[in-house]
Write a protein that binds this ligand. Structure first.
Ligand SMILES: Cc1cc2nc3c(=O)[nH]c(=O)nc-3n(C[C@H](O)[C@H](O)[C@H](O)COP(=O)(O)OP(=O)(O)OC[C@H]3O[C@@H](n4cnc5c(N)ncnc54)[C@H](O)[C@@H]3O)c2cc1C
Length: 340
């Protein structure tokens, strides 16, 4: 096997796969490496919002909801959505994206290949060394490429269960006293319900968060005794995507939205934009800039909620009421800026 490539992408999550797709049938040689044996599975609830409303993933393989329900302080807020919130299984999403590139002659995909060390012109993996002209770090929230660039990360945690019970409503539970600006979600999938807690480890240990989630499940008659909980970090500290010939996308770039933990859309968008930028250095990354604008806007909100703990519940009350207004939904969640 050859060991020199124009582009090496580390990580076959939505960011890396979408980036690789941009090089399909181009004259650049591309190596995409993934440490896992199977592409797709990831600890994730699979919710897709406004930002990727135009993903061309088959509707038949998603569930789509026009309403979401917020619970705050014994009150229930039913919110009709301007863009439906969709739920997608991560195995399905990974397989769908990899199928788009698997027959492309200029793209080599190596699974069970772990990047262990980054050098300025090559990567060292368990399958040998590979040289690059351009390196793309799509290796998630514990990115090796990010660490090579000397960038810090800011981590939130998502902890969830896949409960084998079919449910029909998207629900968010806000408990400012327990979770600060975090929340518990219920996302109904086709053959299970994803239920989890999103929180900032600055305010809560994983042990405590799990205890809160388990109490919630028992109280709401979800039997989790036979399921294993799974947790993973989410990096939301954005420091840039372009570092000369090295690029960061998705969670590796800190593109997770700190308010909700949403990261699939920004992974897809940044993957697409950076792929185009490598192909054409004059390409303007306008869609990525739109995501960054939304991210900044939402992070202002989180800052206020976490800063003034004594008024958190009132602030969240105002927020859920504002969410009833369609123009606010677009302002807060952003307009769709991703198109396959
Ligand atoms: C519990 C939980 C729930 C979530 N729910 C949602 C949600 O509902 N909606 C949403 O939008 N986002 C959600 N997220 C966030 C979402 O999962 C991520 O933002 C998204 O997966 C980022 O995509 P990515 O391609 O950047 O990284 P990843 O999906 O993490 O992909 C990175 C890939 O790189 C590979 N890799 C890592 N290191 C190496 C290495 N050294 N060598 C080779 N390969 C490597 C990994 O195996 C992985 O396949 C959730 C996260 C958690 C933890």
């Amino acid at each position: 096997m050859k060991d020199k490539f124009d582009v090496i992408i580390i990580g076959a999550g939505p960011a890396g796969l979408k980036c690789a797709e941009q090089f399909k049938n181009s004259n650049l040689s591309v190596l995409l490496i993934e440490k896992n044996k199977i592409i797709g599975p990831k600890i994730c609830a699979g919710g897709l919002t406004n930002l990727s409303a135009k993903i061309d993933f088959p509707e038949s393989r998603m569930r789509s909801f026009n309403q979401q329900i917020f619970y705050l302080k014994d009150k229930i807020y039913e919110i009709n959505l301007i863009y439906p919130l969709r739920v997608i299984d991560r195995y399905d999403l990974g397989q769908y994206l990899v199928n788009k590139i698997k027959d492309s002659k200029n793209i080599t995909i190596l699974k069970e290949t772990i990047a262990k060390e980054i050098k300025k012109d090559k990567i060292i993996t368990n399958q040998g060394e590979f040289y690059y002209k351009y390196l793309v770090g799509a290796d998630g929230s514990y990115s090796l490429v990010r660490r090579f660039l000397g960038l810090k990360s800011e981590i939130s945690i998502g902890l969830h269960y896949k409960i084998p019970k079919i449910t029909d409503k998207i629900k968010w539970y806000l408990y400012p006293k327990l979770l600060w600006s975090g929340y518990i979600w219920i996302f109904p999938h086709k053959d299970y319900t994803d239920i989890g807690v999103f929180f900032n480890p600055k305010y809560l240990s994983i042990k405590k968060a799990k205890e809160i989630l388990n109490n919630f499940l028992s109280k709401n008659n979800f039997n989790y005794s036979k399921q294993n909980s799974e947790a993973a970090p989410l990096n939301s500290l954005y420091k840039g995507c372009i570092f000369k010939n090295i690029f960061l996308i998705g969670d590796a770039a800190g593109l997770v939205l700190k308010t909700t933990g949403e990261g699939i859309s920004s992974a897809l968008i940044s993957g697409q934009e950076i792929g185009k930028k490598i192909l054409n250095p004059n390409y303007k990354i306008l869609n990525l800039n739109k995501v960054l604008k939304i991210k900044k806007r939402q992070e202002m909100f989180i800052k206020v909620v976490d800063m003034f703990s004594f008024i958190q519940k009132y602030f969240l009350q105002i927020f859920v009421n504002l969410m009833k207004i369609k123009r606010f939904q677009l302002y807060f969640g952003g307009q769709t800026c991703f198109k396959d």
